[in-house]
Design a protein around this ligand. Structure first.
Ligand code: SF4
Ligand code: SF4
Length: 618
């Protein structure tokens, strides 16, 4: 055993390797992305198949196939990715697996970089699958290995749901020595034909449903003595009436409670929110009159405790999100948990924590306010030029701009203001189709990135072509999955295993689907980019503009631009229309910050006075 400083996601990746995983598939999404990347980095001999799949549904199905053949598999995604994978997930819960299968869906309380604050623990209940909920990177390393064991014991996929601070927090984790690596060493039986097992029919679903209910009842008992579910401390007794109080917590909130509490309170820690460890919870509740539940996202533990208290006629008051004693949205923190504990049982909060809190509050009061930094497209990002080109081409026309998930969602910010809708991955095309049906007199634009095109855009485009939609699809192809850290996709010509493969051509896919008119342009050549959009404005049917220019993070800048003070008239058109963060106004003078300028040259094309000129990059 050796100690290593690991990020939670690295701990999950290494834990899976040490558990003998043979296949890891996934789709990038914050806060989960580094899990799969860790497996790829530690797979020098290529014994584990690692792939970024086109989307989460594909990832889960690939892993299911390998798991049917007896291999241990892991699938990684962010919480909204599980929505995409939910179709195979729900059926797989009934069919089951042979090789252990862990589905990691990382939740994003806050949310910091997601469109929802959904709670994957509900998916556990909904799909009837076991859920493991680590409170730290150390636990994540251990739990992923336990999850494989339970998965094989009960022949079911298992969910692991770390949250952002577990995924991205770092800790010293005790890991197995290199020589203990099991990857590839576990014997895989192979696929054994058995249609009664692997072919889902209504009768089989009914039979398996009964088995699943029985299994979950057994698991609830078993989880009551599972090593990451426990009771600690003693009831805190308040006042003359002797009210006995306790706290229940799960996930990172448990770590925050431990950081804040003095210990003289009964504490239930829940590491498996589903099936809920009922025996353990009953033992906890029986000793108490009042319980405060601390958990992120939805009141899952709180509801489970209410249910158990009701079932066993216990006169215990459960407090939490449902009683408005704790926040029902947003991320927890040491400070928020400390505040909740102060209100519930002030004498239990550790003195040092209280003092630290006062110091934090003093510091916050004395510190100057942070500058407002709204999310913005990078300086030189080709998407800015693409949006600008469409905006110029559609000027004076009634137009709706449907956006999608990725860097280009940031096109909604002023001064571009080019994203009127954003729902979920791939919805740009289908939203534009719906808008067209009701408002056919508008130009309906749909913006989609290259990775999103492959992930979930294609079916929507087929739907639009088939159903005779009038719309302009604008593909913003920057040759990578940029927002999550530049992962490869089918259009990049390489895989996560490092293989060079044939690129899937977006243009040819569009042709094959039946998109009649496709024009291509380099968005950084502004005039021709505007002309490319104008060419297709008044045509009918689904037509496409493919703007291709690599993400600035893929290439080093070769040049840089500067404002000539003599010719600049401070009209501010470059700032008003483009919004590149490298262009700054100070004391009425306009300049370009050389450390930020990427040299895309678009501002130079906008300035009517020729005041922006190219210079050598220093
Ligand atoms: S050339 Fe102009 S638009 Fe491009 S990155 Fe530099 S300042 Fe921004
Ligand atoms: S558009 Fe040209 S003239 Fe106007 S402020 Fe910018 S650099 Fe100066």
């Amino acid at each position: 055993m050796a100690g290593q400083l690991l990020m939670g996601n690295e701990a999950v990746g290494l834990g899976a390797i040490h558990a003998g995983v043979k296949l890891v598939s996934g789709y990038p999404g914050t806060p989960s992305t580094e899990i799969l990347e860790t497996v790829a980095k530690n797979n020098e001999q290529g014994r584990i198949h690692v792939e970024w799949s086109v989307n989460e549904k594909a990832a889960l199905e690939v892993a299911a196939g390998a798991s049917y053949a007896g291999a241990r598999t892991m699938v990684t995604m962010k919480q909204v990715g599980l929505n995409v994978a939910s179709d195979p997930l729900m059926s797989l819960a009934y069919v089951g697996v042979k090789g252990g299968m862990v589905i990691v869906a990382a939740d994003d309380p806050g949310p910091i970089s997601s469109q929802t604050e959904q709670d994957t623990r509900h998916f556990g209940e909904f799909s009837k699958l076991p859920v493991f909920d680590p409170a730290s990177p150390e636990e994540a390393y251990e739990m992923v290995q336990d999850a494989f064991t339970y998965s094989e014991k009960y022949q079911t996929p298992v969910l692991l749901r770390p949250t952002t601070r577990v995924c991205h927090g770092c800790a010293a984790v005790t890991v197995r020595e290199e020589g203990c690596l099991e990857a590839g060493g576990r014997k895989t039986e192979g696929f054994v034909k058995d249609t009664k097992r692997w072919v889902i029919f209504p009768r089989l679903s009914y039979q398996n449903h009964k088995k699943i209910e029985a299994r979950n009842e057994a698991l609830s008992h078993e989880f009551s003595s599972y090593r990451f579910n426990w009771i600690e401390g003693a009831p805190n007794v308040e006042g003359e009436k002797g009210v006995r109080r306790g706290v229940a917590a799960g996930g990172i909130s448990y770590a925050y409670v431990k950081e804040s509490l003095s210990g003289d309170i009964l504490l239930l820690r829940v590491g498996t929110p589903h099936p809920f460890p009922e025996d353990l919870a009953l033992e906890f509740l029986k000793n108490l009159d009042e319980v405060l539940v601390l958990e992120e996202l939805d009141p899952v533990i709180e509801r489970a405790l209410l249910q158990i208290a009701g079932k066993h006629h216990l006169a215990v008051r459960i407090r939490g999100k449902l009683t408005h004693d704790t926040a029902n949205a947003g991320e927890n923190s040491v400070e928020s948990v400390r505040g909740d504990l102060e209100s519930f049982a002030p004498e239990t909060v550790r003195e040092e924590v209280r003092e630290a809190a006062f110091q934090t509050e003093d510091f916050k009061r004395d510190a100057p306010p942070l500058p407002v930094r709204p999310p913005v497209l990078c300086a030189g990002c080709p998407h800015r030029a693409s949006f600008y080109a469409v905006k110029q081409a559609a000027k004076g026309r009634k137009a709706v701009f449907s956006g999608d998930i990725g860097c280009y969602t940031l096109g909604n910010a002023a001064p571009l203001d080019m994203v009127d809708t954003c729902l979920c991955m791939g919805a740009d095309v289908t939203i534009a189709q719906g808008l067209y049906i009701i408002e056919g007199d508008a130009l309906n634009f749909a913006f989609i990135g290259d990775s999103t095109f492959f992930a979930s855009g294609i079916t929507g485009i087929i739907n639009a072509v088939y159903n005779q939609t009038d719309m302009i699809l604008v593909v913003l192809d920057n040759s990578t999955t940029a927002m999550t850290g530049h992962q490869p996709h089918p259009g990049t010509g390489r895989t996560m295993m490092g293989e060079v493969v044939a690129k899937v051509s977006i243009e040819k896919v569009l042709e094959g689907i039946g998109v009649g008119r496709i024009v291509k342009a380099d968005p950084l050549k502004l005039e021709s980019a505007i002309q490319a959009v104008r060419q297709v404005l008044d045509e009918r049917g689904v037509r496409a503009v493919i703007f291709k220019s690599p993400c600035i993070a893929l290439e080093k800048p070769k040049t840089c631009y500067q404002v000539n003070e003599k010719t600049c008239v401070s009209c501010r058109q470059c700032i008003r229309e483009l919004g590149c963060p490298a262009i700054v106004a100070c004391d009425g003078r306009i300049s370009i910050e050389p450390s930020l300028c990427y040299g895309c040259g678009v501002c130079g094309e906008i300035c009517k006075f020729g005041a922006i000129q190219e210079v050598d990059h220093e």
